[in-house]
Design a protein around this ligand. Structure first.
Ligand code: MG
Length: 388
């Protein structure tokens, strides 16, 4: 059996990305970009080992991203991408794989089938390297420095090169060692590993991939990269009246000739909303997160329950699209407090008030709400979460 190591290059600083983290460690959905890339390689049976090249200052980010994968220690990169790749190739000399697949960490959408296609291409007789890419579809112009067009370049046989770029390992190592001795001008022209291989006279072929395998360069690329799906879930709650002079509904106190009794401050509206939000991510119900038997929740403001559910959703990369609440009671009258309730729920959930709806109805004197024994609440939460 032949061996193929994947060398994932994650040492870049990504100056166009901005943001608090280098792009390869930023979250794409619920996982770091690097983790998506590694998962694609881990799902490719032809890949026999994985090694990542990182910047020394990123060690903590790296360890968070690869937690649980059991990878070998990362290799530290150099001052240029070329030097980083060479460091990675040198680190593989003990293992000496038959093939090496070089991949940019910031291309997380790569498909295992395309990795395998490159490896199949490089196995052909006389081929030393195979590069995934797409044929140019746009018309290409060459201009003077002032922008005046002086040539329309025939686009036949022109490609945009991506990664993976898969090579016979020993041939690429030799080519990179040779290129390491070049002067700055010659070296900067070698913008990918295929260029290093071509310079050494190796035969490199293109393998047709797709536009899906795009590189994350800006924060917008990251946002675009996530396929969201919408989810809807229901919450329902009831609390009975007890002696008192106000009820908590939607985080505000509404004067009444009773209060609501039960768990926490018995805010039946926030409880139903909390269960609805928890439902969208299959995270159980409010009683699971805040057991009524636990004395620490006695009398506590229900703000924190809804906030907790919203935080759980956010931790999965999700966000609330809309919250719809229906209160069922004969009294107190909800209408005069509707706007304040909408504003309060929006504030707690961290969304615009236009995304909150509060409605009320009676049960025409029927049942426990009709007998003024308590208040029922139904809530529907609509959210967007990253598709898994
Ligand atoms: Mg409740």
């Amino acid at each position: 059996m032949t061996t193929c190591s994947a060398l994932i290059v994650a040492a870049g600083r990504g100056s166009r990305f901005g943001g608090p983290l280098p792009k390869q460690y930023a979250l794409l959905g619920n996982r770091p970009v690097l983790r998506h890339t590694l998962d694609a390689y881990r799902s490719t049976p032809e890949i026999t080992s994985l090694l990542v090249v990182i910047a020394g200052s990123d060690e903590n980010h790296y360890h968070n991203a690869v937690e649980g994968l059991g990878l070998p220690p990362p290799v530290l990169g150099g001052v240029s991408r070329q030097q980083s790749v060479l460091n990675g190739l040198e680190a593989l000399t003990g293992e000496a794989p038959d093939f090496v697949a070089i991949h940019d960490a910031a291309r997380p959408f790569v498909k295992p089938v395309d990795i395998a296609a490159c490896l199949a291409a490089v196995r052909a007789d006389g081929v030393d390297g195979a590069v995934l890419g797409v044929r140019l579809a746009d018309t290409i112009k060459r201009t003077d420095a002032d922008g005046t067009v002086n040539e329309t370049v025939p686009r036949t046989n022109l490609w945009r090169a991506q990664t993976p770029q898969v090579f016979r390992y020993s041939a690429l190592l030799t080519a990179h060692r040779e290129a390491a001795g070049l002067g700055a001008a010659e070296s900067t022209a070698l913008t990918d590993d295929a260029a290093v291989a071509e310079r050494a006279g190796l035969k490199v072929v293109m393998v047709e991939g797709s536009e899906d395998n795009r590189k994350i360069t800006t924060a917008e690329d990251l946002a675009r990269g996530i396929t969201m799906e919408s989810r809807t879930a229901l919450g329902f709650d009831v609390h009975g009246f007890g002696p008192g002079n106000a009820v908590m509904l939607g985080g505000i106190a509404i004067p009444h000739n009773h209060t609501l009794s039960g768990h926490s401050d018995a805010d039946v509206a926030l409880h139903a909303l909390t269960d609805a939000v928890l439902g969208t991510i299959g995270a159980g119900d409010i009683g699971k997160h805040f057991p009524p038997s636990d004395p620490q929740w006695r009398g506590v403001s229900s703000d924190r329950f809804l906030r907790h559910a919203v935080d759980l959703l956010a931790a999965r990369g999700g966000r609330i699209v809309h919250l719809d609440l229906t209160l069922v009671c004969e009294a107190p009258r909800i209408g005069p407090h509707r706007d304040a309730m909408v504003a309060s729920i929006a504030r707690i959930a961290g969304i615009d008030p236009s995304r909150v709806s509060v409605k009320a109805t009676t049960t025409e004197g029927l049942g426990f709400t009709g007998r003024r024994e308590g208040i029922a609440a139904q809530a529907v939460a609509t959210v967007e979460t990253p598709r898994r």
